[in-house]
Design a binder for this molecule. Structure first.
Ligand code: ADP
Ligand code: MG
Length: 238
């Protein structure tokens, strides 16, 4: 049975796209994984996955009377099936976000794990849908109280739609930060588990510049280890 995860956060730039691809590659060791760039307004997963010149993208699947089939927008990369989204504003405006439901349902037939790289913030239909469509959310936060507060709102939102919390990935953790204290606060705020504390790492930036997921570019980096640990803790249902 497929399990769908939305990788979400309160604000942008916390590391959702980085996390989506890293978790995807780690889970692909064991499962058939499909990664979807559901951040249709600010899509940039394509840059992280070497798919800058992808011809057909999610945008082409979200229009009325579409010509493309779902398979046309699926690219086999790094051991995963990747559905990138385009970066054109006009294409975003032409897309009907609600159609993501059908696209996800179609992709779900052929995979074990779906990871939805989700937009930051809440409010618009395109921001909400990935969370509504997922079984569980992975909340990617920076290890600060304001970020926890943002994450809590995302979680409340998810729960109101019946989507559970898988846990929190703390990203860009610096050596001087007290991870235990933050994890304790997270469990108090979220009542859930900390999946991993991912260190601030030059390798993450280098991977993005190379157009490769971290686990492909620098599999031995400490941040890659942390993401593998997070993937193992997700305890994907069989
Ligand atoms: P989001 O999808 O939440 O907007 P991204 O995954 O695109 O965030 O990350 C935002 C920026 O932060 C990127 O330039 C990325 O390379 C950088 N970044 C993310 N995680 C780390 C990390 N652990 N260490 C260093 N840089 C990071
Ligand atoms: Mg992103």
């Amino acid at each position: 049975m497929v399990e769908a995860f939305a990788v979400a956060s309160g604000k942008g730039g916390t590391g959702k796209t980085t996390s989506t691809l890293a978790l995807g590659m780690a889970l692909a060791e064991e499962y058939d994984v499909t990664v979807i760039d559901a951040d249709t307004g600010m899509a940039n997963l394509l840059f992280h996955a070497g798919l800058d010149d992808a011809d057909v993208t999610l945008h082409d699947l979200l229009v009325e009377d579409r010509d493309a089939s779902v398979d046309d927008a699926v690219y086999e990369r790094f051991g995963m099936s990747v559905v990138p989204c385009g970066t054109s504003l006009a294409a975003f405006e032409a897309a009907d976000p609600i159609r993501l439901r059908d696209v996800v349902a179609e992709l779900a037939r052929d995979t074990d794990v779906l990871l939805l790289d989700s937009p930051a913030a809440l409010g618009s239909k395109s921001a909400v849908l990935p969370i509504v469509l997922a079984d569980r959310i992975v909340v990617v936060l920076q290890p600060t109280v304001p970020s926890l507060s943002d994450g809590l709102k995302v979680q409340e939102y998810a729960h109101s739609y019946g989507t559970d919390t898988a846990g929190v990935v703390f990203n860009r953790v610096r050596p001087d930060e007290n991870v235990d204290r933050i994890a304790e606060q997270a469990s108090r705020y979220f009542g859930g588990q900390t999946l991993a504390s991912v260190p601030e790492s030059d390798a993450v930036r280098a991977a993005r510049r190379a157009g490769e997921p971290l686990l492909a570019h620098a599999p031995d980096d400490a941040a890659a280890d942390a993401f593998r640990e997070a993937a193992a803790r997700l305890d994907v249902r069989d």
